[in-house]
Design a protein around this ligand. Structure first.
Ligand code: SAM
Length: 227
């Protein structure tokens, strides 16, 4: 059972719980079918991960601004990407782009061993504080995730929660055989969600899914920070 933050009143907790149930119902209507994932999304308080001015919009199915001009992804996008990962308990999962920490927390509650990497210190520190407050054991790293986290590879799956211009080979290299990479690829304006399944060291399958809009992945295998 997830512990609730002390700053939120009992009445607010009940209201948020009702809103969470409605959100999960809407995710089901939009085609999300993984019951374990839906149960976790019904349990995890998203209000803890959004910025205080947006707390009343925590259960709108929309991305919201967080600090440093970044975003907490839309709940539907989180559910969509997580479903593509096919996470099983004890899977080793790398998330690139910690942001608010919400996606990493979902992966953790699904039973994964989570490694998450963020390039902006303030965001990583905020997320770490939330994980600590909730008792979540999530491995947090500061740095350029576009090159992966080779020290801890191979991973059962890798999820990139920022828009990349092309598929970074270094991320495929860091997958186990049978592993999955979920990554939005495209321009800075919009991207296609790509699912890559690594069949052998030299052979992988690429499946293009729906269109989304993410903030850019900045780094060696991403976009340049200046433009
Ligand atoms: N997963 C996040 C959540 O649950 O709130 C949302 C992530 S936000 C859409 C994208 C994040 O990717 C931003 O926090 C951004 O700073 C981060 N980012 C961009 N390029 C990165 C890189 N090369 N390495 C690590 N993080 C990066």
């Amino acid at each position: 059972m997830v512990k609730l933050n002390q700053g939120i009143t009992f009445k607010e907790q009940n209201l948020f719980r009702e809103k969470r149930q409605l959100l999960v119902k809407s995710l089901r209507n939009k085609g999300i079918t993984d019951e374990e994932l839906l149960a976790v999304m019904e349990e995890l308080p998203r209000e803890l991960f959004v910025d205080p001015p947006f707390i009343n919009r925590a259960y709108d199915d929309t991305a919201l601004p967080i600090k440093c001009m970044q975003t907490i992804s839309q709940p539907y996008t989180v559910a969509y990407m997580t479903e593509l990962l096919c996470v099983k308990p004890s899977h080793k999962v790398l998330e690139i782009g910690t942001g608010s920490g919400y996606q990493a927390a979902i992966l953790y509650l699904l039973g994964a061993k989570v490694y998450t990497i963020e390039r902006i210190p303030e965001l990583l520190n905020n997320a770490k504080d939330i994980f600590e407050q909730m008792g979540f054991k999530i491995n947090c790293f500061l740095g350029d995730g576009s090159i992966g986290l080779s020290k801890f590879a191979p991973f059962d799956s890798i999820i990139v929660t920022a828009a990349a211009p092309s598929i970074p080979n270094r991320l495929i290299e860091q997958l186990k055989i049978g592993g999955r990479l979920v990554i939005p690829i495209g321009s800075k304006s919009y991207q296609t969600m790509n699912l890559i399944i690594k069949h052998t060291d030299n052979n992988y399958q690429l499946i293009e899914k729906d269109t989304f809009k993410f903030v850019p992945l900045i780094g060696d295998n991403g976009w340049n920070a200046e433009n």
